[in-house]
Write a protein that binds this ligand. Structure first.
Ligand code: NA7
Length: 540
C-alpha cells in the first residue's frame, strides 16, 4: 500500500465493514481495477452472521435465495443443508465466498474505524482507526450494516447484577451453557423468539419479559429436499434475473391478485391455513394484495394468527398476553420461529407481561418489577435489538463539507438520496442506507445492487476526469419526501418498530426503509443513471 508524506496509507476506495456488503464491494471494485481495503471490527468476515451467535439464530429468507448471485458457479457449487440457513451455516458460506474470491488479502480485521473526514481541498476522505492508523482515499463506502449496533436498555441497577448477562447481538463465540440455571430473557423480537425455545431446553427456569407481543409464523424448517434443491439450481438464472422485478427481491412467489375482503371468511381462513402450513413470511404476506395497505384486510390475517396462538398455548392468560394487538401483522418484521408458542406450555417457562407491570430495576439477584415481584436469576439475556439503520454510522465521527457531522445532519432523522449518498458528504457511499429498500428485501440482493450502482458511479466520475460526486439537496429532499409518502400509503407507520427508530429512547421517529419495493427502486436507479446521474452533482 502506498503512503503519503504524513505516513497515511493511500487507497482508491476505503470500505468500512466486511459483512456481505463489504465483501462484494471488495470483489466488484477490484474487478474495476481499483485499490481497495476493508476495515472490520470483528476478527473475521460475516457481519451480522459473525456477531449474532445466539442459540437458534436463523435467517428468515430461504437459504437457496439468501445468497450472492454474482457468480453462477458459486450458485451451483454451494449446498445448503436446511430450508432456512442457521447462523453457523450462513457464516460458513460467507467465509467460503471470502476464500473462493481471495477477498481476505484486502481486509484488515480487529479494526474499528473511529472517524472519517472529507477534505474539500484534496477531495479525499481521511479515515482513522482505533489503533492509530490513518488511511486516505477519494472514495469511502459505508458497508456498516443496518442491525450492527446492539443496544442494551439502561435499566436501573444493571451493574449490581451478580449473575451473567448477554446481548443476543454480541453472543460469546464459545457459546453459553444455561443448563440448570434460572434465566431471564428481555425482548421478544426475532432474536428473543428464536432463542427462547433453545434456552428453555437447558434452563431450570425461564422468565420471558415481554413488553410488546409480536407476530410469529412457523418457519416449517427442515432438511432441504434434494429434488427441490436440484430444481432451484437449474432455475437459478431465471430466478436471479426475475428477483429484480419483485418487491422483496425474491422470485418464485406469484403476486396476489385479490383483496382479502373480496373473498369469504371460509376461503380466507383456508388460504391462511395453507400459508401457515407452508411456512415463511413472504408467502403469508402475499396471500392478498392489501394485507399491508388496508387495516380491515390486515385484521383478518392478524386475527387468524391470534387464533393460532390461542390454540397452541394452553394457559389462556398467557395465550392472550402473547397475542399482538397494538400493530397490524407484518408492520414489524414478521418473525419465523420453530416451536416458540409451544415453549410456553413447558412448566418451567413463564411469560412476564412488562407492559402491564414494567421492570423497576435489576438487583444483585435478578429483576424486580413495578408491583414488587422479584425474579431470582442466574443469567439475563438482552434480546433488545439494535440502534437500527443509522446507529453504526453515527458511532463513527463522520465529517462532511464544512465539518458538518452525520449526527448533526441526521439529528431529526436520516436524509439520503436513494439510501446511497447524503448531500454534504461528497464521495461517501452507503450500502443499503436509510431510505433504501435493503432491510425490506433479500438483503444480499440489495447489497449487490447497491454496490453495483456505487461501482458504476465511481467509474462514471473517474472516466470523466471528475473528482467529486454528491447528491443535490433538492434531489435528497424529494427522495425523502417520496419515501415518506410511500410509507404513509401503507400500514407500516402504525407500528412502533425499529423501522421507525421507536425502540431507542429519544431517537427521532421517522420511517426509515423504502417500502415501495425493490422493483420500483431499481427502476428509479436505472432512470437516474440513464439521465446522466440525475440528482447527483459532479465536479473536477
Ligand atoms: P427487535 O426486533 O428490535 O426486538 C427487540 C425486543 O426487545 C422487542 O421485543 C422490544 O420491545 C424489546 N425491548 C427493547 N428495549 C426494551 C426495554 N427497555 N425493556 C423491555 N423490552 C425491550 O430486535 P431483534 O434483535 O429481535 O431483531 C432485529 C432484527 O434482526 C429483526 O427484525 C430481523 O430483521 C433480524 P418493544 O417491541 O420495543 O416494545
Amino acid at each position: 500500500m502506498s503512503r503519503d508524506v504524513s505516513g497515511a496509507e493511500n487507497l482508491d476506495v476505503v470500505i468500512i465493514g466486511a459483512g456481505v456488503a463489504g465483501l462484494y464491494a471488495i470483489h466488484k471494485l477490484r474487478q474495476n481495477g481499483l485499490k481497495v481495503r476493508a476495515y472490520e471490527q470483528g476478527s473475521d468476515v460475516g457481519g451480522t452472521w459473525y456477531w449474532n451467535r445466539y442459540p437458534g439464530c436463523r435467517c428468515d429468507v430461504e437459504s437457496l435465495e439468501y445468497s450472492f448471485s454474482f457468480s453462477p458457479e458459486l450458485d451451483q457449487e454451494w449446498s445448503w443443508p436446511e430450508r432456512y440457513g442457521n447462523q453457523g451455516e450462513i457464516l460458513k458460506y460467507v467465509q467460503h465466498v471470502a476464500d473462493r474470491f481471495d477477498l481476505r488479502r484486502d481486509i484488515q480485521f480487529d479494526t474499528r474505524i473511529t472517524s472519517a473526514t472529507f477534505d474539500e481541498a484534496t477531495n479525499r476522505w481521511t479515515v482513522t482507526t482505533d489503533n492509530g492508523q490513518t488511511i486516505t482515499a477519494p472514495y469511502c463506502i459505508m458497508a456498516t450494516g443496518n442491525l450492527s449496533t446492539p443496544r442494551k436498555p439502561d435499566i436501573k441497577g444493571i451493574d449490581s447484577f451478580r449473575g451473567k448477562w448477554y446481548h443476543t447481538g454480541l453472543w460469546p463465540h464459545e457459546g453459553v451453557d444455561f443448563t440448570g440455571l434460572r434465566v431471564g430473557v428481555i425482548g421478544t423480537g426475532s432474536s428473543g423468539v428464536q432463542s427462547i425455545p433453545h434456552i428453555a431446553k437447558q434452563a431450570r427456569q425461564l422468565f420471558v419479559f415481554q413488553r410488546t407481543a409480536n407476530f410469529s409464523l412457523p418457519a416449517q424448517n427442515g432438511p432441504l429436499d434434494p429434488v427441490k434443491e436440484a430444481r432451484h439450481k437449474a432455475e437459478y438464472p431465471e430466478r436471479r434475473a426475475g428477483a429484480v422485478n419483485t418487491p422483496f427481491a425474491i422470485a418464485g412467489y406469484p403476486p396476489p391478485t385479490k383483496s382479502a375482503l373480496e373473498v369469504s371468511a371460509e376461503e380466507r381462513n383456508a388460504t391462511y391455513e395453507r400459508k401457515w402450513q407452508e411456512g415463511g413470511s413472504i408467502s403469508f404476506l402475499y396471500a392478498y394484495t392489501d394485507l399491508l395497505t388496508s387495516k380491515e384486510a390486515n385484521d383478518t390475517a392478524s386475527e387468524f394468527v391470534r387464533n393460532k396462538i390461542r390454540s397452541i398455548v394452553k394457559d389462556a392468560e398467557t395465550a392472550e398476553a402473547l397475542c399482538p394487538n397494538d400493530h397490524p401483522m407484518g408492520t414489524k418484521r414478521l418473525i419465523l420461529d420453530t416451536g416458540y408458542y409451544e415453549t410456553y406450555n413447558l412448566p418451567h417457562v413463564k411469560l412476564v407481561n412488562i407492559r402491564k407491570n414494567p421492570i423497576a430495576e435489576i438487583t444483585e439477584w435478578g429483576i424486580r418489577t413495578a408491583d414488587g415481584q422479584s425474579f431470582e436469576l442466574d443469567a439475563i439475556v438482552f434480546a433488545t435489538g439494535f440502534d437500527a439503520m443509522t446507529g453504526a454510522m453515527k458511532e463513527i465521527e463522520i465529517k462532511g463539507r464544512g465539518g458538518v457531522t452525520i449526527g448533526d445532519k441526521w439529528k431529526d432523522g436520516p436524509q439520503t438520496y436513494l439510501g446511497v449518498m447524503v448531500a454534504g458528504f461528497p464521495n461517501m457511499f452507503m450500502v443499503t442506507g436509510p431510505q433504501s429498500p435493503g432491510v425490506k428485501s433479500q438483503m444480499i440482493f440489495s447489497c449487490q445492487q447497491h454496490v453495483d450502482f456505487i461501482a458504476d458511479a465511481i467509474r462514471h466520475v473517474r472516466d470523466r476526469q471528475m473528482r467529486r460526486i454528491e447528491p443535490s439537496r433538492m434531489a435528497e429532499m424529494s427522495w425523502v419526501q417520496h419515501n415518506n409518502e410511500v410509507a404513509n400509503s401503507t400500514l407500516y407507520p402504525l407500528a412502533n418498530s425499529w423501522y421507525m427508530g421507536a425502540n431507542i429512547p429519544g431517537k427521532p421517529r421517522i420511517f426509515m426503509p423504502y417500502v415501495g419495493g425493490v422493483n420500483n427502486y431499481v427502476k428509479k436507479c436505472e432512470e437516474v443513471v440513464a439521465n446522466g446521474y440525475e440528482g447527483f452533482e459532479m465536479s473536477a
